[in-house]
Design a protein around this ligand. Structure first.
Ligand SMILES: Cc1ncc(COP(=O)(O)O)c(C=O)c1O
Length: 426
């Protein structure tokens, strides 16, 4: 079988411009932070394969969890039936969630986990008779996925232009990046005061796709508290930030005020099975409990509550809580901090910032910072040539490593970045 030929002729890869993209690399296997290519080369996966792979690749404990579960029950319809793996995951995850999370709704990806949260919030107000509270506020720079809901709720992104006439309307406020706190809080308050806002949706602490833009936990807390003051439900999109990425298990652990609804995916199963989860407090769930069937939450996907995903999520969570893994998170954050301090004043970087295990650098360039910045393809190729997978967001590169990445591998990634500084990028 000629794999490359079949790929060339029949597979449509995501986020890939076929006119200019190089052929995809064929991965034979992967172990921990390393991808083994078919030509014998190895690549360090410094972005955890689109931010999912928190424990590294081909983890034997996760493999065993899937195998054991498969031998008992691989799947069952989740309406009218339940199973031990879902119950175990709920019992183990709910106490860890920031706030008063009491219920979990299961789905199968991050976009959907967010949409479920927004649907919960909108129907909550509908069910309790506040039908004019039906609008949503998000960040101008936010990203929440690629479904029509995800696109509508994200910022006004260039890649969504072909569909813009089909997206639903949301209110957008500037994210509090670069210390612009007052502008965000004022814009939020003006909207909240109308009494028409059902929900405020945000990426806590780090806006990933926008270029790993960061704001502090005090601001996160202030925004949540402000929403609560006006009776607005808060939805934290922890799809990227959840499961240790920002240094705490959830980004909202660092905030004093806690969100009502939390969307999760990516690191949830340690990068092994597709899964989304949305948590909510009892008062939201209770608004759906009624003799009136119209108050039901009419949502559910074929793979909702998949037992394999639940079982592996339990194992991944157990691993995340272990002292060794927590020490890894601290170790990576400390090494990032050292690198950041060393390069704070480097001319080639317009900015350098860190949150937990995420380290991001904005390269100086003639064009403005952004996803379509021309430097992206050059930077990607430069790092791949050094055996390091870093997927720049325009002129922003970031390290978002699996927590098992060794110091030596991290040093190799830093060294590649340092070498990139010696080139004339302007
Ligand atoms: C914050 C955030 N929300 C939602 C999504 C969408 O997740 P998925 O790609 O699993 O649909 C992403 C994906 O990158 C994300 O970063």
């Amino acid at each position: 079988m000629n794999i490359k030929q079949i790929d060339r002729d029949h597979i449509w890869h995501p986020y890939t411009q076929y006119a200019t993209a190089p052929e995809p690399l064929l991965v034979e296997s992967a172990i921990d932070a390393l991808l083994n290519l078919e030509n014998g080369e190895q690549v360090i996966d410094a972005v955890s394969s689109w931010w999912v792979n928190i424990h590294g690749h081909s983890n034997q404990r996760l493999a065993a969890a899937v195998h054991d579960q498969f031998c008992k029950l691989e799947h069952v319809i989740f309406a009218g039936f339940t199973h031990k793996a879902a119950a175990k995951l709920s019992a183990e995850l709910l106490p860890l969630l920031p706030g008063k999370a009491e219920r979990l709704f299961f789905s199968d990806n991050g976009s959907t986990a967010v949409e479920v949260g927004v649907k919960m919030a909108l129907q909550y107000f509908y069910n309790i008779g506040e039908k004019t509270r039906n609008q949503v506020v998000c960040f101008e720079e936010g990203f929440h996925g690629e479904t029509f809901g995800g696109m509508s709720l994200s910022g006004d992104l260039d890649f969504n232009k072909p569909y813009s006439s089909k997206l639903f309307e949301v209110h957008r406020v500037p994210a509090p990046i670069g210390g612009e706190k007052a502008a965000t809080l004022d814009a939020l308050e003006a909207l909240f005061k109308t009494g028409q806002i059902a929900a405020f949706l945000f990426e806590p602490l780090v806006l990933g796709t926008a270029g790993m833009l960061m704001y502090d936990s005090e601001m996160l807390s202030d925004m949540i508290a402000l929403a609560r003051k006006y009776g607005v439900l808060t939805i934290a999109d922890e799809v990227m930030t959840g499961f240790g990425r920002t240094g705490s298990i959830f980004a909202c652990d660092q905030s004093e005020a806690k969100p009502d609804i939390i969307a999760m995916s990516k690191g949830l199963t340690g990068g092994s099975m597709p899964m989304g989860l949305t948590s909510c407090p009892a008062f939201v769930f209770n608004a759906f409990v009624s003799e009136d069937k119209a108050k039901t939450f009419f949502h559910g996907h074929s793979y909702t509550g998949n037992p394999l995903a639940c079982a592996v999520a339990c194992e991944s969570l157990a691993m995340l809580k272990e002292p060794e893994r927590q020490a890894d998170i601290k170790r990576i954050a400390a090494k990032h901090r050292t690198f950041l301090k060393k390069h704070q004043a480097v001319k080639s970087f317009r900015a350098i910032r860190q949150c937990g295990t995420i380290l991001a650098m904005e390269y100086e360039t003639k064009e403005k910072t952004g996803y379509f910045n021309k430097r992206r393809d050059e930077l990607y190729a430069f790092f791949m040539d050094k055996g390091v997978l870093l997927r720049p967001l325009g002129n922003v590169i970031y390290i978002l490593p699996p927590f098992c990445m060794t110091d030596a591998q991290l040093d190799q990634v830093y060294a590649a970045i340092e070498q990139s500084l010696e080139l004339d990028w302007m």
